[in-house]
Ligand binder design. Structure first.
Ligand code: ZN
Length: 301
């Protein structure tokens, strides 16, 4: 069966390359995440916003092995939300409490800021074969888009505007999801800045645009109204987890020798569940002993 529309993102330059912009429609990815985590509308929306941001920030990386990780840590009931995306349009993520229900805000919207609470946003850019670059900011709103705007200004010295949105149906499935990031180059003229500000002030919301069936290109055409726009890239995007029996062993090794020895002594199979996709892996005491052996060998090196 053919899908009505599928997830993809675009990048563009505008105003004679004074603006660079990204936009994504991520409905399928967010709906897939919802189905994996059986998440409530609020949890789905928080995770979906971060997944959408992750995809666009993955597109800002340089090569196929690069990864970007976004982590929200708050004192609200969602606790933490983590997303990892790569340069090829793959993203995975989880929310530590997928079952948060809170009263809606006065405008009827999901109260993501209360779900997250006070806390921090950490962005780790992992360029293959180099030390990862990590930066943490205090959350300014907890609505995620504003926090990322602040992150770009504070940590990357790039004036940006970020919009993210997830609309959940009454049956808790995802109706639409996506977002945009618009960034100013250092040489941007006052005139361009003023025009862009007017466009952003007039802009309703990401979900307002996407629920009308508009594409990421059309989303950027609204934000960048009055500018020449040059679309410079288009990529399909997916929720994709790369967990495996082998990778699970690495996760188990992080528990440390003492913990693993205890599990070996119990003599039972252990089951480990991937936090990103919920897939379950089984390890026998013999396999655990193998992991322990490798751990001790590495420690001796
Ligand atoms: Zn997985």
């Amino acid at each position: 069966m053919e899908k009505q529309y599928h997830d993809y993102m675009v990048r563009a330059l505008a105003a004679k390359e004074q603006i660079r912009a990204f936009a994504v429609t991520s409905k399928d990815a967010v709906e897939y995440a919802r189905s994996l985590h059986h998440s409530s509308p609020l949890s789905t929306a928080a995770l979906g916003r971060l997944l959408s941001a992750g995809l666009m920030m993955g597109d800002m990386m340089k090569s196929e092995d690069d990864l970007v990780t976004l982590q929200l840590m708050g004192d609200g009931p969602l606790k933490h939300v983590l997303v990892t995306a790569d340069y090829t349009g793959k993203v995975k993520g989880y929310v530590s409490n997928p079952n948060v229900y809170l009263p809606n805000k006065e405008n009827g919207h999901l109260d993501i800021a209360s779900g997250i609470g006070k806390g921090t946003l950490t962005v780790i850019r992992d360029y293959h074969m180099k030390e990862p670059y990590s930066s943490t900011i205090d959350l300014v709103s907890g609505e995620i888009a504003e926090d990322l705007t602040y992150y770009f200004a504070q940590s990357e010295q790039t004036p940006s505007s970020v919009g993210l949105g997830v609309l959940v149906n009454p049956d808790e499935t995802v109706e639409c999801a996506g977002g945009f990031i618009v960034q100013l180059m250092p040489f941007t003229s006052e005139e361009v800045i003023d025009q862009l500000q007017r466009n952003i002030d007039e802009f309703t919301s990401v979900t307002d645009v996407l629920k009308q069936g508009k594409t990421p290109e059309e989303l950027l055409e609204i934000i960048l109204k009055g500018f020449d726009i040059q679309f410079t890239g288009k990529k399909d995007v997916y929720f994709s987890c790369n967990c495996s029996q082998e990778r699970g062993k690495q996760v188990i090794s992080t528990l440390g020798s003492a913990e693993i020895r205890k599990m070996v002594e119990e003599g039972k199979d252990i089951e480990a569940e991937c936090v990103f996709c919920g897939k379950k892996y089984k390890y026998t005491p013999e396999e655990l002993e193998e992991i322990l052996k490798e751990l001790n060998e590495n420690a001796a090196d």
